[in-house]
Design a protein around this ligand. Structure first.
Ligand code: ADP
Ligand code: MG
Length: 328
């Protein structure tokens, strides 16, 4: 009799335990902004989890519609279509503010981060393995200059002063989107979650009592990692030359463009930046990629809240000051 009570009790405990384990983490993957997005969230109630995950995805999709260069109706496309017009295009305060932030990164990086890279960048097609020809390049290079983007604060208008100038927020938009989606979740009381779009992730809290452990991918060996970072309530962005690229005559053409040359940036294989704001980690990872190891790490070391791990062009690892102290 006593044995039966114990075994029933044990069964009840197992059922309860398995239910609480099932109730722990909920996640969904989807395609947003041309890349894989993932929302993972800890909550006890499955129905609530699904509505919170949907809230996050909705926000990612909303920002995609605002900023996509591939959707002719997006605000960004409308601005691009107006290049060379002397009249300004009226844009939403949200887009206006993000343009201000992007231009501030151009000033800080002396033009290495520059959303007008797209004047040349949009001529690359990594799927078709095509790129601008040497003859096409000079007039397009003239169109790359963040100072061609004029913001009229009083009327919330933007003017692209050069007819061939095109803008693309691909270097900052995913970070902005995951930051926004995560902050919506936090406002709903979520304490443990991650929101990822491509190489940009915003973590909320920890992974229930332990840090999130995030691997930095080996840029030349899929599935291998070169370092693992323990993160709590932080953002992380990686820019790599292995996501969108093709190789022609032994040369790698990839999606991060040096605005001075119109060619893919050389010198590093990947850059990972961590810090409190995913919009910033995203813009900084692209910036450091273009600036290279020395200048790039100097940029990071000037910001006390941000750290970086760079994989150099022969695979060596380089750390910003805050991380090298930890790894000494
Ligand atoms: P991912 O898009 O894989 O997250 P990144 O954050 O490194 O990668 O951003 C790369 C994207 O940034 C490119 O696809 C392009 O849209 C944009 N970009 C490329 N070169 C520059 C640049 N010099 N300045 C600003 N944005 C850039
Ligand atoms: Mg970036």
């Amino acid at each position: 009799m006593r044995g039966r009570v114990v075994s029933i009790w044990v069964s009840v405990c197992i059922v309860l335990l398995s239910q609480s384990i099932r109730a722990e983490w909920f996640s969904r993957d989807g395609t947003v902004m041309g890349t894989t997005a993932r929302v993972e969230i800890w909550t006890v109630d499955s129905a609530q989890a699904q509505s919170l995950i949907e809230l996050a995805f909705k926000e990612l999709r909303r920002i995609d519609q605002l900023l996509s260069p591939y959707r002719p109706a997006s605000e960004l496309s409308q601005v691009n279509q107006s290049a060379g017009d002397s009249a300004g295009v009226q844009i939403s305060p949200e887009f206006f503010h993000l343009l201000q932030r992007a231009l501030a990164f151009s000033v800080e990086t002396t033009g290495r981060f520059d959303i007008t890279f797209a004047s040349v960048g949009h001529r690359y097609n990594f799927r078709d393995k095509t790129r601008p020809t040497v003859e096409e390049m000079p007039p397009l290079l003239d169109a790359i200059d963040y100072r061609h983007v004029q913001l009229l604060t009083a009327s919330s208008q933007v003017i692209l002063r050069h007819p061939k100038t095109r803008i693309d927020l691909g270097g900052i938009a995913k970070g902005y989107a995951v930051e926004r989606a995560a902050s919506l979740l936090r406002r709903q009381g979520v304490q443990h979650a991650q929101v990822t779009a491509g190489g940009d992730t915003r973590f909320i809290g920890d992974r229930r009592g332990r840090p999130w452990r995030v691997g930095i991918r080996d840029p030349r060996q899929e599935g291998a990692t070169v370092a693992v970072l323990p993160l709590v309530d932080e953002a992380m962005s990686t820019s790599g030359d292995y996501e969108r690229f093709f190789i022609e005559d032994g040369q790698r053409y990839h999606h991060i463009i040096n605005p001075k040359t119109g060619l893919s940036a050389t010198g590093v294989q990947s850059v990972t930046v961590i810090g409190p704001d995913a919009t910033v980690t995203d813009a900084l990872s692209t910036s450091v990629f273009v600036m290279g190891i020395d200048q790039g790490l100097r940029l990071i070391n000037n910001r006390s809240d941000y750290e970086a791990v760079v994989v150099g062009h022969t695979g060596g690892l380089f750390f910003s000051n805050g991380l090298s102290k930890q790894t000494d």
